[in-house]
Design a binder for this molecule. Structure first.
Ligand SMILES: Nc1nc2c(ncn2[C@@H]2O[C@H](COP(=O)(O)OP(=O)(O)OP(=O)(O)O)[C@@H](O)[C@H]2O)c(=O)[nH]1
Ligand SMILES: [Mg+2]
Ligand SMILES: [Zn+2]
Ligand SMILES: [Zn+2]
Length: 418
């Protein structure tokens, strides 16, 4: 009996909304009964039950989701308090204390977002995408989701589903509609403090039915504003540290044109300026993970990292001179060799990894390689969300992505995808 309990508690579920570790034996429930929230509010209000007054609005008409309100950093006793549409059961009995019927909808005790069925057997793997300002995160996320949903799901016999309506609507309105239908570039992402809705990541479940046992992955795409990643203090303030430290895999993006050595040699229209050092930002991220997970300086970080060049379309151009050819990929690059369809093509990934490591050593510097070597499992990739360099605000020919899925296929292979 004791052993069973141990096994149960050792299974870790990380809430992809608030990034707290959830003890699966102490979850909360939601009752789907249509009147329980109202009955609960009026009962607490009429009996003047002081111990529960934070769960009811001042007029006694609504149940308040105290925990979710707090998770959003709002005052539960003000008009900003979030109303609970359905009654919340704040214990793990699974029985509604109002209607006495069993409740089946489990929620995270910290933020009251839903916990999917099968969370304890399948666990959850959260993958995150990070990178400094203007590196191409938003475009990458927009295109990656579309690729995963269509091409990759078919290739690996899987399905990609949004975890909730907010994700569906936000992906459609903020990303898909603008990029694929209006054929316009996305705007820079607002800093955390400036917009509330960016606080919640886009969450998708990717279920793969290949093999004997289905595999389930959670993707939490947190479209951070690049400026929020520049200082370790700011990251701590925004709770980005929990988000990063709890990840099962990291995709770290680097814009080649923001690298000084490359920027000085490459000739392209609308070239971005040299950016903050990719090494410094990765160093911040490493420090945060080491502090949070208590990993000593000599030990390696046990989260796989896929370091990926964005906008790699610009590196395939025909060189205009000798200097420029030093920073371009050339005709013999392994990046021209397509990966094999429907399987993990490790040979292809290893070739690309070796070529890019050399390229990065030359262009960014050995300190960067050294930092990446501080991760037990790492590999280099080059992607392009748009497939071409946009001039102006529109994309008249639409998007033609290149290798955007490579880093994810590689990360998934580290978590059991075959
Ligand atoms: N050539 C090329 N340019 C790209 C590509 N993706 C993005 N860009 C350019 O890079 C700019 C910045 O891309 P975003 O996706 O907005 O970058 P971000 O990392 O989200 O930036 P912040 O939200 O400000 O942190 C875009 O406006 C495009 O001009 C690509 O695949 N190829
Ligand atoms: Mg952005
Ligand atoms: Zn009920
Ligand atoms: Zn939560």
């Amino acid at each position: 009996m004791a052993r069973k309990k141990d096994e149960q508690t050792s299974k870790q579920y990380v809430c992809p909304y608030c990034f707290s570790k959830v003890d699966m034996s102490a979850v909360h429930f939601v009752c789907t009964g249509s009147s329980c929230a109202k009955v609960f509010a009026s009962t607490v209000f009429s009996t003047r039950d002081e111990s529960k007054k934070m769960y009811v609005s001042k007029d006694g008409l609504h149940e308040i989701d105290y925990e979710k309100t707090m998770a959003f950093g709002k005052d539960p006793f003000s008009s900003n308090a979030i109303v609970a549409k359905q009654h919340i059961i704040r214990n793990s009995s699974g029985i509604c204390d109002v209607c006495k019927r069993p409740a089946y909808l489990r929620v995270c005790p910290t933020c009251h977002n839903q916990i999917p069925n099968g969370a304890e057997e399948e666990g959850n793997k959260i993958f995150v995408i990070l990178g400094p300002k203007g590196v191409g995160k938003s475009h990458y996320i927009a295109v990656l989701i579309n690729q995963l949903k269509n091409a990759i799901a078919t290739e690996f016999n899987g399905v990609l589903n949004a975890a909730n309506d907010t994700t569906t609507i936000r992906y459609r309105d903020v990303y898909y509609h603008r990029l694929y239908e209006e054929k316009r570039k996305l705007e820079p992402t607002l800093s955390f403090g400036a917009s509330d809705d960016s606080r919640e990541p886009l969450i998708f479940y990717f279920r793969i039915l290949n093999g004997e046992k289905p595999l389930m992955f959670t993707f939490a795409f947190f479209d951070t504003a690049g400026e929020d990643l520049v200082s370790a203090d700011k990251m701590r303030m925004l709770n980005l540290n929990a988000f990063i430290s709890m990840a099962s895999g990291i995709v770290y993006l680097v814009d080649p044109m923001q690298v000084k050595y490359i920027n000085q040699r490459i000739h392209v229209d609308d070239k971005p300026q040299v950016g903050p050092s990719a090494t410094d930002i990765l160093n911040n991220i490493c420090q945060i993970i080491r502090n949070n997970r208590k990993i000593k300086a000599k030990e390696k970080i046990d989260i796989p990292i896929a370091v990926s060049f964005t906008k790699s379309d610009v590196l395939f151009k025909i060189p205009e001179n000798e200097e420029e050819s030093k920073v371009l990929f050339g005709l013999n690059s392994s990046l021209h060799i397509p990966r094999e369809y429907g399987k993990i093509d490790n040979e292809n990934f290893e070739q690309i990894d070796a070529e890019l490591e050399e390229y990065i050593r030359r262009t960014i510097g050995p300190e960067f390689i050294q930092l990446v070597n501080g991760f037990k499992t790492h590999s280099y990739f080059a992607v392009s969300a748009l497939g071409c360099n946009p001039t102006g605000h529109t994309l008249p020919r639409g998007v033609s992505p290149m290798r955007v899925e490579d880093p994810f296929i590689w990360l998934l292979s580290k978590e059991g995808l075959r």
